[in-house]
Write a protein that binds this ligand. Structure first.
Ligand code: C2E
Ligand code: MG
Ligand code: MG
Length: 745
């Protein structure tokens, strides 16, 4: 036990002071030095200048009474134990003294025992205990301070409650996260300060502290808990709550440790989002779509509904990418994505599969036909001009539709069949939708059989060329003939080039076929010239693969040599994409051809998204406005304006303009009125056999009379009798074509 060396007695009553001094003397403690002062002022001075082991304080001093006296001593010597002496046997004063920081109190009358003897041992023991208690308190407060500092240093929020669930501690992080200061929060119910809700339904979760205390175990909050800060701001948190036990194992409260996981949770969300969405358009990707289809399939039957999957591709998107560059292509995809999303209900899903492929999932359909309504809406939405990088891009779409359960039991089958139907739509003409039919599965098989047939077609001489006149719209004379290939299949009969040229391009057979066409056309041109028919140019369609072939020029020269045809009688029709793709290499080849006198024409103009001014880089003689634009004449003024603009621009670049596929007198009248140079189409004549073409040249096309040259040929009414001419013409583009035309350039 500690020795008491220096005691300060603060007592104004000299009698009482003497009594105490005697007690010390009696105790015989030689080491103990007792200093007696009679006022607070003196006491304060003494404490400031000396080391004191304990203070004995009377509460009735002349310059300080009661609790004030205690406070002043505590202020003057906070670490010195204090025992209060009071004359009153007043429990409340005593209790208050202890609360103010005194370690003990003595009541004057009781220091003297009932026998009249001074209770020496009682006093000294009281003093020793007081000193000890003070020492313990000090140690405890050091310990507490250390704990406090530690808790404030850790990055997690820590809060404690008592068994009743009222807060007994908050560290700094907890203050910050909750928005409550410890002063304000102290003693309040945990649930009032920490409002924890779930992110799903924003409902409060069970008070975790109560659960930990009631169940006496460590618990964790649900993984998506949110703390609502005092100002309403929501912070995602992660935490654990544990009960606090005293030394006897009794629960005295609970401690909650939690941290702000906004960043981690945001990162997880971002990662999940990225894994499920297309980077470019932000639309759900294949993975998420599959999930959604699965869900829709699971739910729809319960409500007696159907699910439709619409697969769509953008016609000619590849051309845009090739000619205007990928950044423009990307922007177009984003623009398309936005329009698609606007067309469907929030419960439907628009997803991008990659490239120019989008899939739209329509959940909960009443009737399969409802999908057609949406398909039409989607077609119209995408068709409007997309203003991108100073271009007004027009794009059409092909949509394939499959419906659950009719067309497949699962996401995979539905997408596959919608894809098949989409190809059918594409082949039926652009800007089209098509429902899946079981029969479409034979498409692939048919394609295979076409390829096999093509391999033998050349040697079996199954090909022939038909010729379609191009007519000068001012004079009415025939200026040229387009050579169009026809294939008489041994079992299927006549097959149009739209059905087999793409297959030939895919398997490379286009090279020998193209060479055959070229030779045939040259021989024909030579034959007409020899027969003394008026000089016209014979146009030959050249595919990308042919044009790119390194032997192209060489075999061309050979054909010229062998047939003896004059190159100026020949014209090549190339599509925009053939020119634009690797434009640097196209231009020199075109220069050589032009140098020889061969004319160059841009076929299907307007569908490839090249601009006329860009085409100016190439040595070109004429452009052929695609028949899809001609078809719009008389339908809508807007599209007719497009035709007018094309004519105007081409003329300003000194290019001849030829309108393709002119079918009606109205179209013809419009084109003439707008000074289109030439036209080609059924309004004059379909493609016909060579001998009939010769007749046309001499008799002239209907409505214009004879051509300028006057050569006699057998009479033939080409306008009314097409029996042995182009049997399938007119139906070509609308036929149920069963070959894919995925990549023709
Ligand atoms: P293209 O070069 O644009 O040929 C014009 C197509 O429109 C021809 O179809 C022609 O018969 C058709 N047509 C002409 N006037 C009218 C009309 O008034 N109404 C309608 N609806 N159609 C009309 P065809 O002969 O089926 O040829 C289709 C495509 O096949 C050609 O389009 C061309 O790209 C390609 N092609 C044809 N022959 C050859 C060839 O010998 N070699 C290559 N590489 N491609 C060829
Ligand atoms: Mg052509
Ligand atoms: Mg064309």
């Amino acid at each position: 036990m500690n020795k008491i060396r220096a005691v300060l007695l603060v007592e104004d009553n000299t009698g009482d002071a003497r009594l105490l001094q005697e007690i010390f003397k009696d105790e015989g403690s030689v080491d103990t030095e007792l200093t007696h002062v009679t006022s607070m002022r003196e006491a304060e001075q003494h404490l400031a200048e000396n080391n004191v082991d304990i203070v004995l304080l009377d509460l009735g001093l002349p310059d300080a009474q009661g609790l004030e006296a205690i406070q002043r001593i505590r202020a003057a010597a906070p670490r010195v134990p204090l025992v209060v002496i009071t004359g009153l046997d007043d429990e409340s004063v005593a209790a208050q003294s202890l609360q103010e920081g005194a370690q003990d109190y003595l009541i004057k009358g009781q220091i003297v025992s009932s026998s009249g003897q001074v209770e020496t041992r009682g006093l000294l023991r009281a003093l020793r205990y007081a000193i000890e208690r003070k020492a313990m308190e000090e140690a405890l407060s050091v310990e507490k301070e250390r704990a406090q500092v530690t808790l404030n240093c850790i990055g997690d929020a820590v809060a404690c409650t008592d068994v009743a669930g009222n807060l007994t501690f908050l560290n700094i992080v907890a203050e910050k996260l909750s928005g409550w200061s410890w002063q304000e929060a102290a003693g309040r119910p945990m649930a009032e300060v920490f409002k924890i809700i779930t992110s799903e339904n924003h409902e409060a979760i069970d008070n975790p502290m109560d659960v930990a205390v009631d169940e006496n175990r460590t618990i964790h909050l649900p993984s998506n808990s949110i703390l609502t800060r005092r100002d309403g701001f929501e912070i995602p948190i992660e935490d654990s709550v544990a009960p606090i036990h005293d030394r006897d194992g009794r629960i005295t409260g609970a401690v909650i440790v939690f941290r702000d996981v906004s960043e981690a949770r945001a990162m997880t969300l971002q990662m999940t989002y990225s894994a499920e969405h297309d980077f470019l358009t932000g639309l759900p990707n294949r993975m998420l779509l599959n999930d959604r289809i699965k869900q829709a399939i699971a739910v729809a039957p319960r409500h007696g509904k159907r699910v439709a999957v619409l697969f769509r591709v953008l016609d000619g998107f590849k051309h845009i990418n090739d000619s205007l560059g990928h950044p423009t292509g990307d922007k177009l995809l984003q623009s398309v994505a936005r329009r698609l999303v606007e067309c469907v209900r929030a419960s439907d899903t628009v997803s991008r599969q990659g490239g120019d492929e989008f899939v739209v999932l329509l959940s909960e359909l009443e009737h399969p036909e409802d999908a057609a309504i949406t398909a039409r809406r989607l077609l119209a939405a995408v068709a409007g001009a997309h203003s991108i990088d100073q271009h007004d891009l027009h794009i059409t779409t092909s949509i394939g539709v499959s419906v659950y359960p009719d067309d497949g039991p699962d996401a995979e089958a539905l997408i596959k069949n919608a894809d098949t139907a989409m190809y059918q739509a594409k082949e039926n003409g652009r800007q089209n939708y098509q429902f899946f039919k079981q029969a479409m599965n034979v498409r692939a098989v048919e394609r295979q059989s076409i390829e096999e047939g093509l391999r033998r077609a050349l040697e079996r001489q199954e090909f022939m060329l038909h010729y379609q006149p191009k007519v000068d719209l001012r004079s009415g004379s025939i200026t040229g003939a387009e050579a169009l290939i026809r294939w008489t299949h041994p079992t299927r009969g006549l097959i149009g080039p739209d059905q087999f040229i793409p297959v030939a391009e895919d398997c490379g057979l286009i090279l020998p076929i193209g060479a055959w066409v070229l030779r045939q056309a040259c021989e024909q041109a030579r034959a007409w010239a020899d027969a003394g028919l008026p000089a016209i140019t014979v146009a030959v369609n050249v595919s990308a693969l042919e044009f790119r072939d390194k032997n192209f020029l060489e075999s061309l020269f050979a054909i010229f040599r062998e047939t003896g045809v004059e190159p100026k009688c020949l014209e090549f029709e190339l599509t925009e994409s053939v020119l634009m793709k690797r434009a640097e290499t196209s231009a020199p080849i075109l220069q050589i051809l032009r140098g020889m006198g061969i004319r160059i024409s841009v076929d299907d103009f307007g569908t490839g998204y090249s601009s006329l001014s860009y085409l100016r880089k190439f040595p070109i003689d004429s452009v052929k406005i695609d028949q899809s634009f001609v078809r719009q004449i008389g339908v809508s003024d807007d599209d007719a304006i497009l035709v007018t603009a094309m004519i105007g621009m081409a003329r300003s670049l000194r290019l001849r303009v030829i309108a393709e596929g002119v079918e009606t007198p109205e179209e013809l009248a419009f084109l003439r009125a707008h000074e289109c140079d030439e036209a080609q189409g059924h309004v004059f004549s379909p493609a016909v056999l060579p001998q009939h073409f010769a007749t046309l040249m001499t008799k002239g096309v209907p409505g214009y009379g004879a051509s300028q040259a006057s050569v006699t040929a057998p009479d033939l009414d080409v306008r009314t009798d097409h029996s042995d001419s182009d049997q399938y013409a007119g139906a070509t583009n609308r036929n149920a074509v069963r070959v894919s035309r995925r990549a023709t350039s």
